[in-house]
Structures are given as structure tokens and as C-alpha cells.
Write a protein that binds this ligand. Structure first.
Ligand code: DON
Length: 299
């Protein structure tokens, strides 16, 4: 079925628009498509460009949130909310009337606070190394790396993120050095992973906090991260994603989506063309077909 869906996507006419704000993303061919499904029994199904590393961008916000909850637990929720924003991923407007507290950890402002929380205990270099160790361990793959060209391009063009961080600093919700917080955030966005690696890394969310039998986080924390992915993982497109696909999912502007069918499968899809809200157009379509054919929606 994974092969069948990849073949259908290969022939798709409308593929969305590839992100153009930085050259390393703008130059990715729009015809790329990869799909990887890791089943609860460990079986892996892949098709298309599932072995090719791409910029996971905001999908990294899931791993950053997991690390921050590990560091400070539920104290995190005094600094970031748990509600869908209904706004664009890089929007600043709600911060003004909501005391610099971002709506959720999956919009840019929320992920920047998450980075600041991680830097409460670590230097940027250590936090970046911790993230890399974490995803490598989850995926069981030491070849995962951070694309420094992407990190530098994010830094060179990240004026909105700088505005968000400085604005939250003014409200007292960024405690550390803004430059260091953003440097960490940009490096997380620049993680490069293939669909196979991403789906393997998502196993802990499929299996109640365990990955290959090892406990990564508690079952209740895994349930809550999945709940946030369902309600907030696709920005102002999250309602539609839940409606069409019915799985917890997190997207990135590189065109990747990590989706979780709890107890059943961890799924990663990649197609660089985006819809208007910055989510992979064919990635969503492929997931929609996958759940229609398998009945994996949680509803
Ligand atoms: O921080 C940013 O704005 C970019 N690195 C994009 C992050 C992202 O993937 C948002 N997603 N759709």
C-alpha cells in the first residue's frame, strides 16, 4: 500500500509550493516524495525518496518539547500554552494581549520558549548535542546530522523569529540571551533526516512512550504530546488535518510530516511542496489516503 500511495503521488499534478525563504530549501526539487511506515512490531515499509535526508524544520519542535518536558516537567506550562493558535506559525499578534506566553509549543514563538527552557541548564552547544544524541538514539541511526548551511541561512533571514524572541524577552518570558536561544532554535530547524529515520524516531509516540521496549517518557506524557500534535501540529491548518486524517501529526516547511497512529504505526512523509499554511500538500494527501485505506484514524 505504501508503494501504491507513492506511485499515486508521483503522478500528482498539483504539488504545492516549495518554501523559498532560504536557498537550501528553495533548491529542493518539487517532485520529491518519500513515505515510511514503521509498524508496532518493528516492520518498516518505505517507498519513493524515503531514504533521502531533508530539512525536518518544525517537526523538530516535537523532539524539543519532549526534551524540555524531561528537563523541567509540567513547569513548562507556566511559560507556554496548550491551545491551538488559529494563526500562522510565525505570527506575533497574540503575544501582545497574552503577556508574551505563546499559545502552544509547536508555533515558532512556543518553540523558541522551549529552547530557552533547555538553555536554563545547558549551553547552546550542549543543547544542540543533546538534541542530536536524542534523535540518533530514537532512530537507532548515528548518521543523522544538522545541516549547517540551513542553520546559517535561518540565522541570516530569521528576522521574524528575532522579533518574536525579543518581544517575549520584553515580557520576561525569555530568560537567556536572545542570540543564543535563536542559535539553538535555528540548529534544531536544520536537523536533516530521511522519512525512515523520522518514522523510527517517532516510535516512542506510537508505543506509549517506549521505543524498542526502552522507556523514553511516561505513557501519560506520550499521550499528551500526541494530543498537542493533534490540536496544534499543523498551525492554523490543524483542524483540517484532524478532520481529514485524524492522527496526531507535526509538519515542517521542509515538507515533512511525522504522524502517529497510537499502538499501530509511526509514519513519516515528505514532499516539499506546501499549502498556504506551510504544510506539505502531498504529504497530507498521502496520509489521508493511508488512513482511508487502513482505518488508522483515532476517531
Ligand atoms: O523558524 C522558521 O520560521 C522556519 N525555520 C520554519 C519553521 C517551520 O517549519 C514552520 N512550519 N511549517
Amino acid at each position: 500500500m505504501v508503494t501504491e500511495i507513492a506511485a499515486e503521488m508521483h503522478g500528482a499534478q498539483h504539488r504545492g509550493t516549495v518554501a523559498s525563504y532560504i536557498p537550501p530549501l528553495a533548491s529542493v526539487p518539487a517532485d520529491k516524495f518519500g513515505l515510511a511506515v514503521v509498524m508496532a512490531d518493528g516492520t518498516v515499509h518505505t517507498s519513493g525518496d524515503a531514504e533521502e535526508a531533508f530539512s525536518i524544520q518544525s517537526v523538530s519542535k516535537v523532539f524539543a518539547l519532549t526534551l524540555a518536558l524531561g528537563a523541567v516537567g509540567d513547569q513548562l506550562w507556566s511559560r507556554v500554552g496548550r491551545e491551538p493558535s488559529g494563526s500562522a506559525f510565525n505570527s506575533i499578534v497574540q503575544l501582545e494581549t497574552e503577556q508574551g506566553i505563546p499559545r502552544n509549543p509547536f508555533i515558532n514563538a512556543g518553540a523558541i520558549v522551549v529552547c530557552d527552557v533547555l538553555l536554563g541548564r545547558l549551553q547552546p552547544r550542549e543543547a544542540i548535542a543533546q538534541m542530536l544524541r536524542f534523535v540518533r538514539e530514537l532512530a537507532g541511526d548515528d548518521t543523522i546530522r544538522i545541516d549547517e548551511t540551513v542553520a546559517q541561512a535561518e540565522q541570516d533571514t530569521g528576522f521574524r523569529n528575532m522579533a518574536l524572541a525579543n518581544y517575549m524577552r520584553a515580557f520576561g518570558n525569555i530568560h537567556g540571551d536572545v542570540g543564543m536561544v535563536l542559535g539553538t532554535y535555528f540548529h534544531f530547524c536544520a536537523l536533516a533526516m530521511s522519512c525512515r529515520q523520522l518514522a523510527l524516531a517517532g516510535r516512542f509516540l506510537m508505543d506509549g512512550g517506549r521505543s524498542e521496549g526502552h522507556r523514553i517518557i511516561t505513557e501519560s506524557r506520550a499521550r499528551r504530546i500526541n494530543a498537542l500534535m493533534m490540536s496544534c501540529g499543523h498551525y492554523d491548518n490543524s483542524g483540517d488535518f484532524a478532520f481529514r486524517i485524524g492522527l496526531p501529526g507535526k509538519s515542517g516547511v521542509g515538507g515533512g510530516i511525522l504522524a502517529v497512529a497510537p499502538g499501530i504505526a509511526s509514519i513519516a512523509v515528505w514532499s516539499p511542496g506546501l499549502n498556504e499554511e506551510g504544510n506539505s500538500h502531498l504529504g497530507q494527501l498521502a496520509l489521508e489516503r493511508l488512513v482511508q485505506r487502513t482505518g488508522w484514524s483515532v476517531f
